[in-house]
Design a protein around this ligand. Structure first.
Ligand SMILES: C[S@@+](CC[C@H](N)C(=O)[O-])C[C@H]1O[C@@H](n2cnc3c(N)ncnc32)[C@H](O)[C@@H]1O
Length: 215
């Protein structure tokens, strides 16, 4: 291109003003794109879940997974991961002897990914990933529960766990501790930290000191 043409083009671009209509179109387009990513990829299957209970997918780090499993050492029986994401905790729990090893997840893409990962690991059909709302599943026969959810929903989760879990159950929370419970033990630090809670001890402590606030 001729240098004069380039200068003329640059001058034209400089002189061009962005109208209100242009801005509205940009904002609408950006909003729409963000919504499509949110509704279609990150949160499909969540239409019936109240907005304040919707927790997006963030996979546990390798170190976090290691810490969670460390706190389950020596235990056995049924393990459930509430909001199982790509299925990594369920798969590792199966490898370490937990039977059955079950994940509840609403995002169909993540359920497919979980099945693929299980198949690749030679565990297809041995672990189970179910498309169910974690707030609606019955936990009364779960000896081991793992959770990695947003802090905003953990107080409500405490109530569900307290109501449903058997006395011998252990809950292991990754990255965010349960707000009102005292852990039996903890492993790791920073974003990889995990906390273990034994239901028997939690219930005993609550009898001595009832929960202070509600959501
Ligand atoms: C922070 S991710 C944790 C994923 C996995 N547990 C891990 O540690 O790698 C939370 C997951 O919970 C799922 N989830 C959120 N609310 C749910 C609900 N009501 N029922 C089932 N799954 C849910 C999300 O889709 C997301 O995959």
């Amino acid at each position: 291109m001729d240098p004069e043409d380039t200068e003329q083009l640059a001058a034209e671009v400089r002189g061009k003003t962005v109208s209100g209509w242009d801005l509205l179109q940009i904002a609408t387009g950006t909003g729409l794109a963000a919504y499509v990513v949110w509704a279609g990829i990150l949160m499909p299957g969540f239409r019936r879940v109240p907005l304040k209970l919707q927790v997006p997918y963030v996979p546990a780090s390798a170190k976090q997974l290691e810490n969670v499993m460390l706190l389950l050492e020596g235990r056995s029986g049924k393990l459930v991961d509430l909001g199982s994401g790509d299925g990594r905790i369920v798969l590792e729990a199966y490898r370490q002897g937990f039977r059955p090893s079950v994940g509840y997840e609403l995002n169909p893409w993540l359920l497919r990914l979980s099945s693929y990962r299980a198949w690749k690991a030679g565990c297809y059909g041995k672990v189970s990933y179910r498309r169910e709302d974690l707030w609606k599943v019955d936990l009364s026969d779960c000896a081991n529960v793992t959770v990695f959810l947003a802090p905003s929903v953990l107080q409500l989760l405490e109530r569900k766990l307290l109501t449903e879990l058997p006395e011998e159950a252990r809950v292991v929370a990754g990255r965010y501790p349960l707000p009102n419970w005292t852990p039996t033990s903890t492993a790791g630090d920073g974003p990889n930290q995990a906390w273990a809670y034994d239901l028997k001890a939690v219930r005993r402590a609550r009898q001595d000191k009832p929960e202070r606030s509600s959501v």
